[in-house]
Design a protein around this ligand. Structure first.
Ligand SMILES: [Zn+2]
Length: 479
């Protein structure tokens, strides 16, 4: 992966031991000053813009879309061809509805037209080449402005503020970073400028989890920044081992995977604080953050233009109706993605939030990446993994589980047992799941020591090996 020398990237690339020596003095300065004037300006804008009335948001969106469409038309062969084919003139763009005349694009279109979609040479220092990975299917490669971090981080920190986070607060991070053991053998690294404590979520044995939790108690009032699956593992461990979780955790920010309601409930019960989430993409299309008052997602209107389309590509604006999330990002001017189909689906809730008063589009129940969620029944129909995520005692004395499927109608349920797991537990799983599956899928239980995650440490709930005719885009950033 090629990376440019932006200030935040540069800091991230610096070895931890250099940071420790130079960082001890720097950590006395507020993090927002260290991240620069540009970051502070973005924070001010984001803070003000989140309270704009809907009319002002729309006006802003029309202007930003016209800029994006004009840039794409003037500078790229792909969009010039596409717009000409439907007689679209970006200069005449005046209302959001007229965007519907343009075709949508998806991952396959980007793979085929990568260079043709760029507005300038990608050799420059200010351009990053990034990918969204995947355990199956083709990874998507594309180009992004190296300066995006300032903008993105401003939106993220303003989103997290809804859960009580303040810039500069320590974060305990379990998010797929390769962390080396320190001199005590603890998988821990510290970034004194951002005050981030990185722990390894590739090493979540009982022994390591006990040590991580103990270490977290020493870092002061903090937030956990985690994958939902990682914090769920920590919560399950606390519960099974009867360990009291650190009392200094003020909130949990769980992102980059779907947060299942059962997980959220358990995390909030065990840690005694809010579990908060944002939805976004590596492609920088759309960013949505939960409300202070509910787990419903509010779509940031100034980050990108959001559309929800039904199966026949008609806009969804009826509360309760589901649609596919289609995004036009405002941040990426190197390779504009216009009406990009994310492959993620959500339920439309409304055009404003009555609890907080923000005039943002509100959505809930975001779901994506079918291959990670779906089992195929004997008759070829699909069974959603979430439907099998039991609320009751089915998975008592189970640390982790995962389905592996190679042919329709049959699956292996891999189970990582905790101490005391016995035939009784296996029988209960067979009975409860069997009732739900109702003969559609036969499965055998296989006890294993560990369950592999993706290369970036994210959970894979269904290791689906039946070839798919068309693999969807990877939601929530790289796997
Ligand atoms: Zn709200």
């Amino acid at each position: 992966m090629k990376r440019a020398w932006s200030k935040k990237n540069l800091w991230e690339r610096t070895p931890w031991w250099v940071k420790l020596s130079v960082g001890s003095g720097l950590s006395l300065l507020p993090a927002e000053w260290l991240l620069g004037r540009r970051f502070r300006r973005n924070c001010e804008f984001v803070e003000a813009a989140q309270w704009w009335p809907a009319e002002r948001c729309r006006e802003h969106q029309v202007n930003r879309l016209r800029e994006t469409l004009t840039l794409a038309y003037d500078k790229t062969g792909f969009y010039r061809r596409t717009f000409d084919a439907v007689g679209f003139r970006p200069g005449d763009f005046r209302s959001l509805d007229s965007l519907l005349h343009l075709p949508t694009v998806d991952k396959e279109v980007v793979i085929e037209n990568l260079v043709q979609m760029c507005t300038r040479s990608v050799e420059g220092k200010d351009v990053d080449y990034v990918s969204t990975g995947g355990t199956s299917g083709t990874p998507l490669y594309f180009y992004l402005n190296a300066s995006r971090s300032y903008i993105e981080y401003a939106y993220l920190t303003k989103s997290w503020a809804r859960a009580g986070y303040e810039l500069g607060m320590p974060m305990a991070v379990f998010r797929g970073r390769m962390v080396q053991p320190d001199r005590n053998g603890l998988y821990h690294e510290y970034d004194p400028v951002l005050r981030h404590h990185y722990y390894s979520n590739f090493h979540l044995s009982d022994k390591n989890m006990a040590r991580y939790l103990e270490h977290i108690t020493t870092i002061g009032p903090c937030f956990l920044h985690v994958y939902p699956s990682s914090v769920a593992a920590l919560a399950r461990f606390c519960r099974c081992a009867g360990i009291r979780p650190p009392g200094n955790i003020r909130g949990v920010i769980a992102e980059s995977e779907i947060v299942y309601p059962e997980q959220r409930q358990m995390i909030e019960e065990v840690f005694g604080c809010r579990c908060f989430s944002c939805y976004g993409h590596t492609e920088k299309l759309i960013l949505a953050a939960e409300c202070e008052h509910s787990p419903d997602y509010h779509v940031w209107p100034t980050y990108g233009y959001f559309e929800l389309l039904d199966e026949r590509d008609r806009p969804v604006a009826t509360p309760g109706q589901r649609g596919e999330i289609v995004g036009t990002g405002f941040i990426n001017t190197v390779m504009p993605l216009i009406r990009y189909r994310t492959g993620d689906w959500a339920t439309y809730v409304g055009g404003r939030c009555a609890s907080c008063g923000r005039e943002h589009i509100v959505i809930r129940d975001i779901r994506g990446h079918r291959t990670q969620e779906v089992l195929i029944a004997a008759d070829g129909s699909e069974i959603s993994w979430t439907a099998l995520n039991m609320h009751n005692d089915t998975f008592l004395r189970v640390r982790q589980f995962q389905f592996m499927q190679e042919r329709p109608g049959h699956a292996i349920l891999r189970v990582v047992p905790v101490n005391g797991f016995g035939e009784q537990d296996a029988a209960r799983i067979r009975r409860n799941l069997g009732r739900k599956l109702d003969g559609r899928l036969a499965f055998v239980i296989e006890l294993v020591d560990t369950i592999a995650t993706s290369a970036r440490g994210k959970a894979i709930y269904v290791d689906q090996r039946i070839p798919q005719a068309r693999l969807n885009h990877t939601p929530f950033g790289p796997l």
